[in-house]
Design a protein. Sequence first.
Length: 363
Amino acid sequence: MKRFGFLSFGHYSLKPDKTGKYGAQEALKQAVELGQIADELGVNGAYFRVHHFAPQYSSPVPLLSAIAATTNTIEVGTGVIDMRYENPLGLAEEVAALDLLSDQRIAIGVSRGSPETALRGWEAFGYGGPELAQEDPKGAALAAEKFDTFLAALRGDGMATAAPFEQQYPQMFHSGAPLPVLPHSPGADRRIWWGAGSRETAEWTARQGLNLMSSTLLTEATGEGFSHLQAEQIRRYREAWKEAGHDWTPRVSVSRSIFPIVSEVDRKFFALRGEDSHDQIGIIDGLQSTFGRTYAAEPDVLIEQLARDEALHAADTLMLTIPSQLGVDFNLHILQAFAEHVAPALGWQPNTAGPVTGYSLEA
């Protein structure tokens, strides 16, 4: 690990009080404020979960744009956008514009999506349909097709055909010429990440030429510890990357719940979560899965524990999951405590050290 950022789930109340406290507006404004303060603190990234039909962030690009436009160094991104719900060409336009606005400070995580409140909610957005429900019940094929289109559009491939010249307004292109979506931001495709929940998906991610975003769970349960499984996932990803022959160095991120206890308030909120915390096995989306533990302890104890976390050290970027509903000040306290008391011992380099880069594959 050499960089860290925060990953916010963006929970808010469907019934805010009369002043709007705990509602969507407050959650969005607090996310922008936290991103701004984190930038000043030296934190490397501000990342946000995306969910539809739930009181969480659902349309991330406006939020990321607000943070990017009011900060200088921090990376902005998602973890992750559900491709089943997206218009791939519209998303390509928005991501390219965000990349240009932010001076290439983006890390856009996408995936097939995760379990949700809605029953095939993407159909309500106009995608898929009842006729596909039986052959593609989870929308995986739909997401894959959309992602291929999105990536091609982001890379500047032609997505439409120019009309006969005399019919064009304004008259700009040769008749029949392939037309890309605009704007185009060269290299933006190298800032796209795939959220992978298994070792096989990580290998697929490498073959596609995408950065790897690994979470706090893996849809595998072999009896081995979560960190070991995740480190194996990262190793197989990098091996597949080298075999694919890509000519650039990818990045890898992992997510962790880490809470340094440096005050009595911290102890009140997190001490019980840290005591006897261990990896767990459960079922998600019908798959037996391994869930990573929560780390909550005094800084010296955390440093010892995290030194044994194989995957954390294999990844260049750590995403700290934060309890966003506790407000800006409390979450800033978590980030500051980690930055001051824990991160330096793990090899952290603040955002003033320059853009984040992946570890050399030859190391």
